[in-house]
Design a protein around this ligand. Structure first.
Ligand SMILES: Cc1cc2nc3c(=O)[nH]c(=O)nc-3n(C[C@H](O)[C@H](O)[C@H](O)COP(=O)(O)OP(=O)(O)OC[C@H]3O[C@@H](n4cnc5c(N)ncnc54)[C@H](O)[C@@H]3O)c2cc1C
Length: 293
C-alpha cells in the first residue's frame, strides 16, 4: 500500500463547496479542521456549482485560509465578462491567493444564450496568463472518460492539450472508477509531449442515489458490478459506506502505485470517508476523531 506520509510522497488536495446555511457552514468548519490533520498541499473551493454564488466562494476561501491552509478557488468563465473576471482575480491577488482551478463551467439552465466573453477554459487560462503572467499556478479539469459534451474522445483530448498549451500548470481529473481510463488518458496526453502533473480526482462513495445523480450529469461511469452491488444494499447505509470505502481505497492505492502524482478528494464537505481512506492508505496523522462531520 502507498504511504502518503513518506518524504516525497504524493500530494494530497481536498475540494470543498460553499455551504448554503449556518448548519452547513459549521459542518464544513468541523470537516476542514479534521482534514487539515492530513496536511493537504492545498484545498480548493468550487465556484457557481449547485447554484452557489461567487460571494459564497470568496467567503469560503477566506474561512479556509483563516484555518491556515493554502486555498485554490475555482473560477469558471461562462456567463462572465472580462471585467467580471478581472475584478475577481484582482481580489484574489490582493488576498494572497496564488493558485486557481480555471474552468469553463456550465451555464445554469434557463439562463439563455449569453455565455459571456470567454467560451472555453483554454480562453480563461490564456486570459489569466496575459493579464497576470505567472502570478497564479493554474489547475485545469481533465476527463479520462471524456467530457459529456465533447464531439469525440479525440477532440476532447486535443482540447485538453490546447488548454495546457494556453498555460495550465497541472490538471485534476473528473472522478472515475476505472483506473485504466486514467492510465490511458495520461499515456495519450504524454504522447502529445505534455508532462504536467495530472492528479486523479477521487469521489468517496457513501450514498448511491447521490453518486448516480452526479455520475449521470458529469459522464463518470459507475461500473456495472459496482452499481449492482450498491443497488443490492438498498437503504443499508453502513454496508454502502463499507463497500465504498473499500473500493475507493483500492482504486486510490492502484493509482498511486502506478505513478499518479497525488490524489484530489471531492470531500462534499464531509471528513469521515476521506479520513478512513487515507488511514487505509497508511497516511500517518490521519485523525481518528469520534466527532462525525
Ligand atoms: C476538477 C474539476 C473541478 C470542477 N469545478 C467546478 C466548479 O467549481 N464549478 C462548476 O460549475 N463546475 C465545475 N466543474 C465542472 C466543469 O465546469 C464542467 O465539466 C464543464 O462542463 C466543463 O468545464 P471545463 O473547464 O472542463 O471546460 P473546457 O475545458 O472548456 O471543455 C468543455 C467542453 O468544450 C470542449 N471544447 C474545449 N475547447 C473547445 C473548442 N475550442 N472548440 C470546441 N469545443 C471545445 C471540450 O471538449 C469539452 O467538451 C469541475 C470539473 C472538474 C473536473
Amino acid at each position: 500500500m502507498s504511504n502518503l506520509a513518506q518524504p516525497g510522497a504524493p500530494a494530497l488536495s481536498l475540494e470543498y463547496f460553499p455551504p448554503r446555511d449556518i448548519a452547513a457552514q459549521e459542518r464544513l468548519v468541523r470537516s476542514a479542521k479534521r482534514l487539515a490533520a492530513l496536511n493537504p498541499a492545498y484545498v480548493s473551493v468550487t465556484f457557481g456549482a449547485g447554484g452557489s454564488t461567487r460571494t459564497g466562494t470568496v467567503d469560503t476561501v477566506q474561512m479556509l485560509r483563516n484555518l491556515g491552509t493554502d486555498v485554490a478557488p475555482h473560477l469558471s468563465c461562462i456567463g462572465a465578462t472580462r471585467e467580471d473576471l478581472r475584478a475577481i482575480l484582482d481580489d484574489y491577488l490582493a488576498r494572497g491567493i496564488r493558485r486557481l482551478v480555471a474552468l469553463r463551467g456550465d451555464m445554469p439552465s434557463g439562463m439563455g444564450g449569453d455565455t459571456g466573453d470567454l467560451h472555453y477554459a483554454s480562453e480563461l487560462v490564456r486570459f489569466v496568463r496575459e493579464q497576470y503572467g505567472d502570478a497564479f499556478h493554474i489547475e485545469v479539469a481533465a476527463y479520462p472518460e471524456m467530457h459529456p459534451q465533447a464531439e469525440s474522445a479525440r477532440q476532447d483530448l486535443l482540447h485538453f492539450v490546447n488548454k495546457v498549451h494556453a498555460g495550465a500548470d497541472s490538471a485534476i481529473t473528473q472522478y472515475f472508477f476505472n483506473p485504466d481510463a486514467y492510465f490511458d488518458f495520461v499515456d495519450q496526453v504524454r504522447a502529445h509531449g505534455i508532462d504536467i502533473p495530472i492528479t486523479p480526482g477521487i469521489m468517496p462513495v457513501t450514498n448511491y442515489t447521490q453518486l448516480a445523480r452526479f455520475s449521470s450529469m458529469c459522464g463518470a461511469e459507475i461500473p456495472r458490478w459496482m452499481r449492482l452491488r450498491l443497488q443490492d444494499f438498498g437503504d443499508d447505509k453502513a454496508s454502502i459506506r463499507a463497500f465504498g470505502i473499500d473500493v475507493v481505497t483500492r482504486l486510490t492505492a492502484r493509482l498511486l502505485e502506478n505513478g499518479a502524482p497525488g490524489v484530489h478528494f471531492y470531500t462534499l464537505n464531509h471528513a469521515d470517508a476521506v479520513v478512513q481512506i487515507c488511514d487505509n492508505l497508511g497516511l500517518a496523522g490521519a485523525q481518528r476523531s469520534a466527532v462525525g462531520a
